[in-house]
Ligand binder design. Sequence first.
Ligand SMILES: NC(=O)c1ccc[n+]([C@@H]2O[C@H](COP(=O)([O-])OP(=O)(O)OC[C@H]3O[C@@H](n4cnc5c(N)ncnc54)[C@H](O)[C@@H]3O)[C@@H](O)[C@H]2O)c1
Length: 311
Amino acid sequence: MRILVTGGAGFIGSHLIDRLMEQGHEVLCLDNFYTGHKRNIEKWLGHPYFECIRHDITEPIRLEVDRIYHLACPASPVHYQFNPVKTIKTNVIGTLHMLGLAKRVKARFLLASTSEVYGDPLVHPQTEEYWGNVNPIGIRSCYDEGKRVAETLTFDYHRNNGVDIRVARIFNTYGPRMFENDGRVVSNFVVQALQGIPLTVYGDGSQTRSFCYVSDLVEGLMRLMEGDYIGPVNLGNPVEYTILELAQTIQKMVNPNADIAFKPLPQDDPKKRQPDISRAKTYLGWEPLVPLQEGLTKTIADFEERLNASR
Ligand SMILES: NC(=O)c1ccc[n+]([C@@H]2O[C@H](COP(=O)([O-])OP(=O)(O)OC[C@H]3O[C@@H](n4cnc5c(N)ncnc54)[C@H](O)[C@@H]3O)[C@@H](O)[C@H]2O)c1
């Protein structure tokens, strides 16, 4: 198949491209390189079945494809809050363009949505039926509300225009190729521990998150795309850790001498986040397989290599 991956030079997108290329598909990577990097897709540059187009999805584009994995959007608060209006444009205008393309060429369209559509959830764990508790005017709203509109657009194109859609709600994902300084908790802790500086825990560290290793997530996205179930479906690891537990785990693995420093909790930071993955299990036969320690070992090795190369 000819498969388009928007945001393909980013963290998740590049791992997805690796799998698709290994399966022998023809892959088109569309990216404006805002948070993506050429090194993530370097090994495929020059491959006859691979093409990379530098393009901003807020501008229209015409392509012939069978599948669209729509991932383009900065995922970390540092990057999506840097230019919030641009984040909304990417989520709304960008998604409109990709849905328009899917409609024109009759491609199947998968939206990479997020657990952030649940906001600061009042239901725990979060099932797909839950409508969320989102602040419409906060500093995270450009991303949270942007993705909510992206979901709405996707379902409206399905109902009104017959576009074949899939919607994944992705929970915290980690692994090699995450940005070093993106403010996400796993990358923060790993970089801080490797540099021997205190690991920053916001609040008292009792807020919880679940962490899905990127290979598990990519498997879930591919099963969703090629299955019959349109979603929305939660993809994440239901094993819940407090932020303090995560900090201590990374501290032990990387640098037992590193300190842990506590700082005030940022605005709208969700206190609890854990996916209910019953739908993914039922409809996709999917559940995460990689335990945290194993995923962290690979992630730490990758960060170490990059930090050493930049010294
Ligand atoms: N990583 C996670 O934990 C997580 C959780 C929930 C949802 N998601 C979603 O998954 C997708 C991929 O996330 P990621 O972690 O790989 O993030 P990332 O920032 O590494 O990748 C996003 C990619 O999109 C590109 N991009 C951004 N704006 C663009 C635009 N206007 N035009 C073209 N390209 C653009 C970036 O350059 C980058 O390569 C995102 O849509 C994100 O919202 C990720």
